[in-house]
Design a protein around this ligand. Structure first.
Ligand code: NAD
Length: 452
């Protein structure tokens, strides 16, 4: 029997995924499948890490439905050749950019938003006329099973298929010649993916992580800052790629900020079984996270229960770059808070770490936040908010440097899974003689006069 990779190559080469109607039908099929399986997926998310129905819908399904709706609404427009101007050297001619699908894609998802991170790129891949093999994370096995059932009973495997497997199986998949690999996960594995892709010159999109800072200046609205920041940090129990990893707060407002955080945490009542707090995904991550907590530096929280894979929202203070919690991406419910006196010092500290996926600045002074935004390099972020920038489909979502390569969401997803083919349409009724032999100083003089 042909492998999924071969089946997809044959399906793509047959042209069955290309037409407007084929893409529209695929998107409709996808939408229908998602609606049919929504309840089963919600149950699987609960089984894997007690993710509540509320968080499941708001952080996974809502964005997916929006992505499908947007793709369907704009597909015709997105598929149209894009006319561009032609420079006069090429006169008489016109020019356009034609969009073509990249072809056969491998999409590898991560466990933390196991539905969204696998299926959102799949929507863009289908809209752009591709085929795709989807590899869900083995760390959210119940979700992986339901997604496999959902996709594999709704689509021709040559078009879209879910293949399960661990790291070893993923490496086997990587040995095929893909037209594009889209990977979401850690920077460390991102390097393995990039190396595997290089042997076939396969283009990659790498959606990675990093330590995303939040800078709080003296002009910030402290109560609102604490509210938004605490929500974004402890969403999904901190297991969010764009969660604020650590805080740098100006010394003059640090006490007020910490008190506001505590008030917010007490009021929010983060506990398992509540509608907004989930488990740590597995024991390995539980052990990794508890090892990052330094008892003496815990300001609030610190409780944990391994049998429940529960870690309470925890704030650490007096943290330095030497602490374990600052030496790796936390990816869990621990918030180290550091203070600064001079914003330049704070920015220098951030710059000693690799470029993060996100950065946030809380300030009501445009001069202050413009300085932070212009001096730091990071994937994307927000002023006076956290996380929410990724919910705006008009903004490309992706990292820079160690936090990733490429971006997607909305039209940017269509771009991510397409090649933009540049075409010059030349007219035949005139041909300038300048570039043809016999060549000589006279012609060169003319060319220089025109082109210098
Ligand atoms: P993970 O363990 O689910 O791994 C991600 C994928 O990589 C899985 O499908 C897994 O099978 C595969 N994989 C793991 N080891 C491999 C190997 N050696 N070779 C080939 N494939 C392998 O997820 P994770 O890596 O723990 O994810 C957490 C990281 O992902 C964090 O750094 C987080 O910031 C980042 N992340 C980024 C985004 C984003 O959109 N940029 C989203 C979510 C998570």
């Amino acid at each position: 029997m042909a492998s999924f990779h071969e089946q997809q190559r044959a399906f793509f080469d047959s042209g069955l995924s290309l037409s407007f109607s084929a893409r529209m039908q695929a998107l409709q099929q996808f939408d229908q499948a998602l609606r049919t399986y929504e309840e089963r997926i919600v149950a699987a998310l609960y089984e894997d890490f007690q993710k509540s129905e509320f968080e499941s819908f708001t952080t996974e399904f809502s964005m997916l439905y929006e992505e499908i709706r947007r793709a369907k609404k704009n597909l015709k427009k997105w598929m149209r050749p894009q006319r561009v101007r032609t420079n006069w050297i090429n006169w008489p001619a016109s020019s356009a950019i034609l969009r073509e699908p990249l072809g056969v894609n491998l999409i590898i998802g991560a466990w933390n938003y196991p539905v969204l991170l696998l299926l959102q790129p799949a929507v863009s891949a289908l809209a752009a006329g591709n085929t795709a093999v989807l590899k869900p994370s083995e760390n959210a096995p119940a979700v992986a099973n339901v997604l496999q059932q959902m996709i594999n009973t709704s689509f021709d495997p040559g078009h879209l298929v879910v293949v399960q497997g661990d790291a070893k199986a993923t490496q086997k998949l990587l040995s095929h010649k893909w037209d594009h690999i889209f990977y979401t996960g850690s920077t460390q594995v991102g390097k393995i993916i990039y190396q595997a892709a290089a042997s076939n010159l396969t283009p990659v999109t790498l959606e990675l992580g990093g330590k995303s800072p939040a800078v709080i200046t003296p002009t910030a609205n402290i109560a609102l800052t604490a509210k938004r920041l605490i929500w974004g940090k402890f969403l999904n129990a901190g297991q969010t790629c764009v969660a604020p990893d650590y805080v740098l707060v100006h010394e003059s407002v640090s006490e007020a900020f910490l008190q506001a955080c505590v008030a917010e945490l007490k009021q929010s009542n983060y506990a398992l079984g509540q509608r907004h707090y989930c488990q740590i995904i597995n024991e390995r991550h539980f052990d990794r996270l508890t090892a990052l907590m330094d008892e003496e530096k815990i300001f609030f929280g610190g409780q944990s229960d391994r049998s429940q894979r529960f870690i309470a929202p925890t704030i650490m203070v007096d943290v330095t770059l030497k602490d374990a919690v600052m030496r790796e991406e936390i990816f869990g419910p621990i918030l180290p808070v550091m203070t600064y006196v001079d914003v330049d010092q704070a920015l220098e500290l951030i710059k000693t770490l690799e470029k993060p996926l996100a950065a946030y600045v809380f300030s009501t002074d445009p001069k202050e936040y413009t300085k932070v935004l212009s001096e730091l390099s990071f994937g994307g972020g927000a002023v006076n908010d956290v996380v929410m920038h990724l919910s705006n489909p008009h903004l490309p979502f992706g990292g820079v440097g160690h936090s990733g390569i490429g971006a997607y969401h909305g039209k940017h997803g269509m771009d991510c899974f397409s090649h933009r083919k540049s075409i010059l349409y030349k007219k035949n009724w005139f041909e300038a003689p300048l570039k043809y032999p016999p060549l000589g100083p006279k012609k060169l003089k003319w060319i220089k006069r025109i082109m210098k």
